[in-house]
Design a protein. Structure first.
Length: 622
């Protein structure tokens, strides 16, 4: 969940480090720091609590120089946010500097052993243990200062000795004072990429810091270690020794991760959804066969035809998208689907048969619980497929097949366009499985036409923005919300409540509307608004009845309805109109006003929309 950057080359390292950390701040913003090796051969370290702006201001007052450096932005795990707990951490007598993403589970026992060796510790972090452990291994070796002549093999051996003693996950970038021309990077369970430039190299937790600096990147895999110099990159696998590294082309530009005139990334990403939905469908609709087509199954239609059960797993917003997919696939394909929290599935032992497919749904492709659940299902022999947004991510690499969302970078911590892209892709999967099983050609063509119209329907939904802002200002003082929907819109109610909780810190709950009578109705009062999802569908009349029950008890109602719905408009206190779409696509349209409502309430309450407290974008620790 933390962000790592590194640089070696002809530039002043600090310039790239600060720029890169700004782009990674969504991964953690409790504290930040940088370390460079100065031209005089000493470490220059600046670190502080708070945001990157505070670090940048400190560096403006006290510049650090050097053409090699590492940086870090922290989401606190071990030890509270503080200057002393901020990264980088130094090992030994300032012999090395380390930045780390992940969790070392055996750091307490290692710390006790190192203290017995005479090491003292200033911080409460597990990362300082890594730094001192590497120094301990270093002191047992006699390493020559001109080690470049032997390709840093002894230094690699020192790092590998230390890594072999760590239990847990790590993404690491390491500097050594005596060897100011090399960065050692290592990965196990926490993402790392290396950017290749002209006589310069970059290290980062993901590709976003590299946009505008290089378009050539290498994704490190688990158990790989990179030896990075200004003019060379060598990748070493724990078991295989030196390995060939594939160079990928970065598929977005610096402008893609800018706010583009919007006040916040979240608002920008909400308004990007018509384009992101078009992108997820591009090239995947087959009019000749009246179905969808995917190049990433890596299974034959015959194998897919024999599937009799699907398990979908994910966390947070991705879990909600999986629930939407459950309704879509069971409705269109008549194929049983179970949706599991990844954090629970990884420790459960569910019965599985030979014809069960497992889908792992994730925006980042690095979510720790989803990855662990995926690996457990692979161990049990299930075919696994990934649905993720980040090219080259761990889940994209480890699944048997899968599909990219093509939603583009999502910087706002609260996911928006990834959710609608996931729901759209799952609708296309529902069409695919439906056509394999029982849907007619004519039915397939009708669904394709409905999918093609979806981006325009989302554009129409975005027109409610000003109206939603007025409603948000009316209810921003409330501290409790209920979100209620049925069938396809029950998962959307969950997602709307999550968005409000994430960025405005208001307590909100999502329920199937009929379940409201079985407990939650006790919460209803004049200060507890209920947000009803009321598009036309088979249970419309039932949800109207639920709305009347709320009104009878004095609760204010915000209703999301199809354009021209006079019945619901007469009952609700506030109405948000959306275009009418088929029920299996309603979540993509009904979630738009809920995203905007959460956004505008958070702004009205003065919250930091893009960087909500205690959260980070990519959850890479359990």
């Amino acid at each position: 969940m933390c962000g790592i950057v590194g640089y070696i080359g002809p530039r002043e390292a600090a310039d790239f480090l600060v720029t890169g950390l700004r782009r990674l701040e969504y991964r953690g913003y409790d504290s930040a720091g940088v370390a460079t090796i100065t031209p005089e051969g000493e470490f220059a370290v600046v670190k502080t609590t708070g945001r990157i702006d505070r670090l940048a201001a400190q560096l403006a007052q006290t510049p650090v120089h050097g053409h090699i450096g590492i940086g870090h932005t922290r989401w606190a795990t071990h030890g509270a946010p503080s200057d002393v707990n901020a990264h980088p951490h130094l090992g030994g007598d300032a012999a090395l500097a380390v930045v780390h993403n992940g969790v070392i589970e055996n750091f307490e026992s290692l710390k006790q052993r190192l203290q017995a060796e005479g090491y003292s510790f200033r911080s409460a972090t597990d990362t300082e243990v890594i730094a001192q452990l590497i120094d301990s291994c270093l002191k047992r070796q006699e390493l020559a200062a001109d080690m470049a002549a032997v390709d840093y093999q002894p230094l690699v051996a020192v790092v590998r000795e230390a890594l072999s003693q760590l239990q847990g996950t790590y993404g690491l970038a390491i500097l050594f004072r005596r060897w100011p021309e090399v960065i050692i990077a290592a990965r196990l369970g926490s993402p790392l990429v290396v950017g290749i430039g002209s006589d310069e190299h970059f290290v980062a937790s993901d590709a976003s810091p590299l946009a505008g600096f290089t378009d050539k990147i290498v994704y490190l895999a688990d158990h790989e270690l990179a030896v990075v110099t200004a003019d060379n990159l060598r990748v070493i696998h724990r078991d295989q020794g030196c390995v060939h590294h594939d160079v990928h082309v970065l598929d977005f530009q610096a402008g893609d991760i800018a706010k583009g005139g919007y006040a916040h990334y979240m608002l920008k990403e909400i308004f990007e959804q018509p384009e992101s939905i078009e992108n997820v469908m591009r090239g995947r609709l087959d009019h000749d066969a009246a179905t969808s087509k995917f190049g990433g199954f890596n299974l034959t239609p015959q194998q897919l035809r024999t599937a009799n059960r699907i398990i979908m797993t994910g966390c947070g917003t991705s879990w909600h998208a999986g629930l939407v997919g459950e309704y879509q696939i069971e409705s269109l394909a008549r194929l049983p689907v179970e949706v599991e929290y990844a954090s629970e599935l990884r420790y459960r032992n569910p019965p599985l048969d030979n014809n069960t497919l497992v889908f792992a749904i994730t925006q980042s492709g690095e979510t720790a619980d989803t990855l662990a659940a995926l690996r457990e299902m692979k161990r049990k022999g299930c075919p696994t497929l990934g649905i993720c947004n980040v090219v080259g991510s761990t889940i994209a690499q480890e699944t048997d097949g899968g599909f990219y969302l093509r939603a583009g970078p999502e910087v706002g911590v609260a996911s928006t366009k990834a959710f609608t892209s996931q729901c759209t892709l799952l609708a296309m999967l529902a069409l695919y499985f439906g056509r394999l099983r029982h849907l007619s050609f004519a039915a397939g063509m009708r669904i394709i036409e409905q999918l093609k119209a979806l981006p325009e329907h989302v554009r129409e939904s975005l027109a409610c923005n000003d109206q939603v802002q007025r409603i948000a200002e009316k209810y921003a003082h409330c501290n409790n919300f209920l979100y209620l929907g049925r069938q396809f819109n029950f998962p959307t109610a969950l997602e709307g409540a999550l968005k409000l909780k994430e960025i405005s810190y208001i307590h909100a709950e999502g329920y199937p509307a009929a379940e409201m009578k079985h407990g939650p109705i006790a919460l209803v009062d004049a200060q507890t608004p209920s947000v009803f999802l009321l598009p036309h569908g088979q249970v419309y009349g039932k949800v109207i009845s639920n709305l009347q029950e709320i009104k009878a008890r004095g609760g204010p109602v915000i209703a999301v309805v199809c354009r021209g719905d006079d019945e619901a408009s007469k009952l609700a206190d506030d109405v948000i109109e959306i275009p009418a779409v088929e029920e299996f696509l309603q979540p993509v349209v009904t979630v738009i006003p809920l995203q905007l409502l959460a956004y505008h309430i958070a702004v009205a309450r003065g919250c930091d929309v893009d960087k909500p407290r205690n959260l980070a974008k990519s959850v890479t620790v359990e």
